[in-house]
Design a protein around this ligand. Structure first.
Ligand code: DGL
Length: 256
């Protein structure tokens, strides 16, 4: 039986919109509620217990709005809270972010892979486990994308400041021979044009897990018989714990 209730997509701020975009593209009949906390962003250097509490409040808010499935479109919140959330909201299918270390390690020819993520994600158990599992004969250079989240939150992706900031972090990875760079934070794909400029003519690929996350949502909808009906006209709702101006910026960034 079809289920036209919305899918909830949650992030600390605007980053999860990169996942929202992929879900909307793949599943155009699904209604989506995007919750960008905004008030507590960035999460990246907060203690894990605090991120867990914030993620809990957000998932509770989305469950309270009748969401049939929730996507934690934030690597930091996934790393800190996914097991806790799945335990607490056992009846609700919850999709988290996976650092795309596996595809990068399978594809790399130089056997050197860069991973960009927030500090909190990089010292989390999830990243350690994934890296240990897939990166046996590959050198993984994991570095925090310092300043990246702030640039995206302030709509500064297309500025010289953004280019300088990305160059500072990415050039050392290129110099050490990385030919795959994994984006382990959902804010970072907004900087793709800047990554492309910094990479220039080199044979280096950026690896973004968000299309795979959208496919996982599709699979879970099928598995739990939760997909919207063929004739359902999707609606898109944007919510935040910050103010109305932030909410409007979320909608503009998503739809613009
Ligand atoms: N977008 C988030 C992530 O994927 C978190 C960014 C932050 O709030 O620091 O990790």
């Amino acid at each position: 039986m079809a289920n036209n209730r919305p899918i909830g997509v949650y992030d600390s701020g605007m980053g999860g919109l990169t996942v929202w975009r992929e879900i909307r593209r793949l599943l155009p009949r699904e209604s989506l509620i995007y919750l960008g906390d905004g008030k507590n962003c960035p999460y990246g250097s907060r203690p894990a217990e605090e991120v867990r509490r914030l993620a809990d409040e957000s998932v509770a808010a989305l469950a309270g709005r009748g969401c049939k499935l929730v996507v934690v479109a934030c690597n930091t919140a996934t790393a800190a809270a996914i097991d806790f959330l799945r335990g607490k909201y056992a009846a609700l299918p919850i999709v988290g972010m996976e650092p795309a270390v596996k595809p990068a390690c399978l594809e790399t020819r130089s056997r050197i892979v860069g991973v960009l993520a927030t500090e909190r994600s990089l010292d989390g158990e999830l990243f350690r486990r994934t890296a240990a599992r897939y990166a046996q004969d590959v050198e993984v250079l994991a570095v925090p994308g310092t300043g990246f989240v702030e640039l995206v939150e302030q709509d500064l992706e297309a500025t010289p400041e953004a280019e300088a900031c990305v160059r500072r972090v990415v050039e050392p990875l290129l110099d050490r021979g990385a030919d795959r760079i994994v984006l382990g934070c959902t804010h970072y794909p907004f900087l793709n044009p800047v990554f492309d400029r910094v990479i220039g003519g080199r044979d280096v690929r950026i690896v973004d897990p968000s299309p795979a996350v959208a496919r996982r949502v599709e699979q879970l909808l099928a598995l739990h018989d939760l997909a919207a009906s063929e004739d359902h006209a999707a609606t898109y709702d944007f919510r935040t714990f910050a103010d109305e101006a932030y909410r409007r910026r979320l909608a503009a960034k998503a739809l613009g």
